[in-house]
Ligand binder design. Structure first.
Ligand SMILES: Nc1nc2c(ncn2[C@@H]2O[C@H](COP(=O)(O)OP(=O)(O)OP(=O)(O)O)[C@@H](O)[C@H]2O)c(=O)[nH]1
Ligand SMILES: [Mg+2]
Ligand SMILES: [Zn+2]
Length: 306
């Protein structure tokens, strides 16, 4: 074979992406450090993302292992490019089945609006969501908001990365799917990965003493997999805003609002006090809980700014 390409392309998953090179976990169980084939238009594919399925060829005598192509994605988590290059979207993770929304009873304080924001993002990206209540060692009472969300069909798993509580339940919930861990800084995303993947070494930071907030410890994207569990840890997910959705469309992504949306008097109702608003009526009669409506309002208002 000499310096020729060695055999037909193999399949693998991108587990780490740099500008000129990438690490591919081959379906043969071996990790490959690859370059991108010159036949790939790198400008067009500057968007290779962790989780992407690629074809690649193994290293030959005169060349390095090389990624030769990218398979169509089943889903992606992305954000738009900077102001002047909106269409150059940045893909944070590819082929994701579900978003794991990590939250805490304390340190940082339980924040139902934050949970709702990630649930809405999952709905926008058309992927499932699983709620993971970490740090139950600090308080093991499930907030009523999470009981309600469980009733909407979002699985809720209670765990403590610190005391090894509930990790088997979490493993079970994640079996056979590829997920991204989401949640604000300091909720313990990297700590959970350390527990689920012994031997992995994601950086774990402190929460600040004063306000109990995290310090933005994770700075690169990585894919971890073992025993049927596959998790992507990406820093970009922490601040992911709701974009590509108009304020009028936003309510579509609140699962429990959907039965009411067709019943509002005005077709373009923003559910902010218009007469004949079925969403507001449902909130007033207790059919929809106030916290869901408050998070909807606050997130809609935050969309004014950007
Ligand atoms: N009490 C308690 N503390 C925990 C638990 N899990 C993680 N922590 C602590 O919470 C802090 C933040 O943990 P990280 O894993 O770095 O949080 P993160 O979500 O990855 O944060 P970023 O990378 O900044 O987004 C660390 O001090 C952990 O030791 C837990 O179950 N209970
Ligand atoms: Mg982290
Ligand atoms: Zn309405």
């Amino acid at each position: 074979m000499g310096g020729n390409l060695e055999g037909s392309p193999l399949l693998g998953t991108l587990v780490e992406v740099q500008r000129r090179t990438a690490t591919v976990a081959g379906d043969d169980g071996v990790d490959y450090h690859c370059q991108y084939s010159p036949t790939i238009d790198l400008a067009g594919f500057s968007n290779f993302a962790v989780g992407d399925r690629v074809t690649f060829i193994r290293a030959g005598t005169q060349q390095e292992a090389m990624i030769t192509g990218i398979l169509p994605r089943t889903s992606k988590i992305s954000r738009p490019g900077p102001m002047d290059r909106r269409s150059d979207e940045l893909i944070l993770a590819a082929n994701v089945d579900a978003l794991v929304v990590v939250t805490t009873p304390a340190k940082p304080d339980f924040n139902p609006r934050m949970v709702d924001r990630y649930l809405a993002l999952a709905e926008i990206f058309s992927i499932d969501a699983i709620i993971c209540m970490n740090k139950v060692d600090l308080d093991d009472k499930l907030p009523e908001e999470l009981t309600y969300l469980r009733g909407l069909g979002y699985p809720v798993v209670s765990v403590s990365a610190k005391l090894d509580i509930g990790l088997e339940d979490l493993r079970k919930a994640l079996q056979g799917i590829k997920v991204v861990l989401s949640g604000p800084s300091g909720v313990g995303k990297s700590s959970l990965i350390r527990k689920l993947f012994p031997g992995s070494d994601p950086e774990v930071g402190d929460v600040r003493k004063g306000d109990g907030k995290g310090r933005h410890t994770t700075t690169t994207s990585n894919l971890y997999r073992d025993g049927g569990v596959c998790i992507i840890d990406t820093p970009g997910i922490r601040e992911l805003g709701i974009v590509g959705v108009t304020k009028r469309e936003l309510a579509d992504y609140w699962r429990d609002f959907r039965p009411y949306l067709q019943l509002c008097r005005f077709r373009d109702c923003a559910h902010k006090g218009e007469p004949g608003c079925a969403v507001l009526a449902a909130v007033a009669s207790g059919k929809l809980p106030d916290f869901r409506y408050q998070s909807y309002l606050r997130i809609q208002e935050s969309m004014d700014e950007g």
